[in-house]
Design a protein around this ligand. Sequence first.
Ligand code: DLL
Length: 433
Amino acid sequence: MRCWDPRIEEMSKEDLQKMQYKLLKSLVYRLYSFSPFYHDRMKKQNVHPDDIRELSDVKKLPFMFKRDLRDNYPDKIFTASQEELVRYHVSSGTTGKPTVVAYTQNDLNTWTTSLARGLTSIGLGRGDVIQVSYGYGLFTGGLGMHYGAERIGATVLPTSVGNTERQIELMQDLGATAIACTPSYLLHIGEVAEKMGVNIKTDTKLRTGILGAEPWTDGMRIRIQDWLGIRAYDIYGTSELSGPMFTECAEQKGFHVWSDIALVEVIDPKTEEPLEPGEKGELTITILQKEALPMIRYRIGDISSMTDEVCACGRTHPRIQRITGRVDDMLIIRGINVFPSQIEYALMGIPEVGQHFQIVVERTGALDDMLVRVELNKESFSDKITDLMQIRSKVEHRIKNALNVAVAVELVEPGSLPRFEGKSKKVIDKRSL
Ligand code: DLL
């Protein structure tokens, strides 16, 4: 697939690493000199910019966490003055204060460049109509995708979230060829379209989904692709890195992380030591080019692994594999570590099961109990108790095989679990209520 910027995207590994080292070195000097926050952090860690003599010396630098942004709310950590800022985004977060992220014009340009490369690697460009159904506003999804799509010369249909029937009408009338939204919202759009008598496969020009902002499995990808007749690509990012930043290419084999923009490490969250390519751990990212809100060794909390093999598409930059969960997402059920994505993985292999499920966790005494509510698909839902019992035992069996722990399963009617326009909430943790 054609590159957006072949000079960079096909650069040799050696040259990429040389470039990363230069960028890292100047970033560290700049922050040591001009950012009181980073200056203090580096002093405490007993590291001076002169100690960064090669790329792997990045591991000498202190980590940064989301709580650092909260503790410095709203703008104490910024390294650009308000006059230099051209935009804010704000993420609400589940606990405590929101976090504010800020951008200079150069920061927006870098973010947009990252997406322009990604969208081109999927095969999108001039002639495409990209419906942006991520929220516009404080969330980074809508505006981020918007500028990325414009940069590649596509036509943007900025529908944002909600008003789903109208979204489907516009998709048909304006011939949207791609949609960018959360996988949960696309499932909802698909169902609403069916209710309206619109078959997305045959009655629209939609061929591509750019889906992210929440975890989803390959099993879900296959279902979405078969059901809606599109190719579904994963897209990843967080507000602290800028927003949606990295996409899969047409190969669908992990996100390309542009080395001139970001330096990725995967570390063991307990020992904090870097892991080898292929080993799963916590993603830690340094954004090499950022003016307003630099991020050094930002501990994102997402779990993935990295590969530095050259991709079949020809791009040389490292890739991170799809996110399997978050370090703080893990539920401990009777001593066994469970990630919600393992449950999705098990469920998507069962043909009688629909696309929607919900996990309810409760504490009885010292033990955690888990209930998985599973929607059946229309064809398999009946009022014959024996049929339902058979399906339930199959679901229980598959989940037990995947998790190594038995959980309670409740089968529910198609359409009965909540639907989401943005990020879905699949886990109801009654322990924290
Ligand atoms: O969700 C940015 C984004 C917008 C990404 C649109 C992709 C598309 P935040 O709201 O700050 O930013 O949430 C970031 O969401 O740390 C992950 O835990 C999760 N996340 C984002 N993309 C994926 C993905 C945006 N593709 C947090 N797979 C991250 C799994 C994802 N988790």
